[in-house]
Design a protein around this ligand. Sequence first.
Ligand code: ZN
Length: 135
Amino acid sequence: MFRKIEHLGIAVESIEKSLAIYESLLGKSCYKTEIVESEFVKTAFIHVGESKIELLEATHPDSPIAKFLVKKGQGFHHVAFDVDDIESEIARLKKEGFELIHQSAKQGADNKMIAFLHPKSTEGLLVEICQEKKV
Ligand code: ZN
């Protein structure tokens, strides 16, 4: 089940530069920065009520964020929905005919298991589903 918008992902050239702008905009401080080695990204999170803003910076030229920045520039990158059972949502979405980038959940930032849908099956919108990892 999709439960809420967990976060909005924003692609930036430099977290160091952009964080000041987003902290000023939202009137809140970043609570966590984290590097996700497997995706070649550095992330920074700011709470906004029940949701979050996730800033994404490339750590390598092969990073999907580096490619996105070349094509589209800085700005909105993806919407992430919180789900209660990511593996069953992956199975349901496949059955509904959606194409997934990740065929099963993988480790993401901020203590989450994540999977991305291919934007060509969602009319160009990049969608992430995520589930909080139980400790
Ligand atoms: Zn995300």
